[in-house]
Design a protein around this ligand. Structure first.
Ligand code: SF4
Length: 271
């Protein structure tokens, strides 16, 4: 193993789990990442996160309002600008965010706490950002990841919370006795996904990530796994497998291998 630690992030691991080819495009190929699009949902999410950061910084709702307003009025964000559904949704989420902020009683708080947790033994360095961290008491902490989507996938949220927990525990060097309430807090639906986490959980997370890093570094095939997630893949335009599944659908099931013929629906198969 070289001296350099293998970087691990939530996005990187999820790409590897979802589709090896997507992972290859993003982290192995060396290709320049396509510029991400700016769909309304992403603009709303970014705007609300920025507003929540300002709110956490000062505790003044007006600071978050001003940030969200200015962000959504940027010409680049016109699809979620004044008068649009996105605009209304963003401010509704922020209203919920203000309620959430008021409901959290803490001794100290930090917005957008970003850091890394290196492990020479495992050969990895884990990087993550916590949207909000609160010290609720001497050995009691809370970390929040704000969500603004229509729904969240529980298992994905859980893995993300485990990573931010690891970061908080490392950066703040929390003692063994400290417990952390990790929350995926959806400001659109009001739902909270809560995990109560300990130092042993952090250790288990680190071991899991070390194991995943080994598999990721040993991977050589990078097989594509086309699915509904292709609709959100930045590499979709360059992916033959996704295009093939889209054009052929299940018709190929009617074909004999290598023999041209007509399927049950009259579609001609390959020569
Ligand atoms: S378009 Fe789909 S199959 Fe292709 S790389 Fe992206 S996620 Fe994988």
């Amino acid at each position: 193993m070289s001296g350099e630690l293998f970087k691990v992030t939530h996005t990187k691991i999820e790409a590897f789990r979802r589709c090896r080819k997507q992972y290859w495009f993003g982290y192995v190929s060396g290709l320049v990442w396509p510029a991400p699009g700016d769909p309304p949902a992403a603009i709303v999410g970014n705007g609300v996160h920025r507003a929540m950061q300002k709110l956490c910084d000062t505790g003044e709702p007006k600071d978050g309002w001003a940030e969200l307003d200015a962000y959504l009025r940027m010409p680049k964000h016109a699809v979620a600008g004044p008068g649009t559904e996105g605009w209304a949704l963003a401010f509704a989420c922020y209203e919920r965010g203000i309620e959430a902020h008021r409901a959290i009683v803490s001794e100290a708080r930090w917005a957008e706490l970003e850091s890394w947790a290196p492990s020479k033994r495992l050969g990895i360095t884990v990087r993550a950002k916590a949207d909000r961290v609160d010290r609720l008491g001497p050995d009691r902490w809370q970390v929040v990841d704000w969500k603004t989507g229509r729904f969240d996938l529980d298992d994905v949220v859980d893995r993300q919370l485990d990573l931010v927990h690891l970061i908080v525990r490392t950066v703040r060097k929390l003692p063994r006795a400290a417990t952390v309430r990790a929350v995926g807090w959806n400001l659109r639906t009001g739902e909270q996904r809560v995990r109560e986490l300990t130092r042993d959980d952090a250790r288990a997370t680190m071991e899991y990530l070390g194991g995943m890093a080994q598999r990721m570094q040993a991977e050589t095939e990078f097989l594509a796994t086309p699915g509904v997630h292709c609709a959100f893949c930045n590499w979709r335009d360059r992916c033959e497998e996704a295009a093939r599944v889209e054009s052929e659908g299940l018709d190929w099931l009617e074909w004999d291998d290598g023999v041209e013929g007509l399927g049950a629906d009259g579609v001609r198969g390959p020569a």
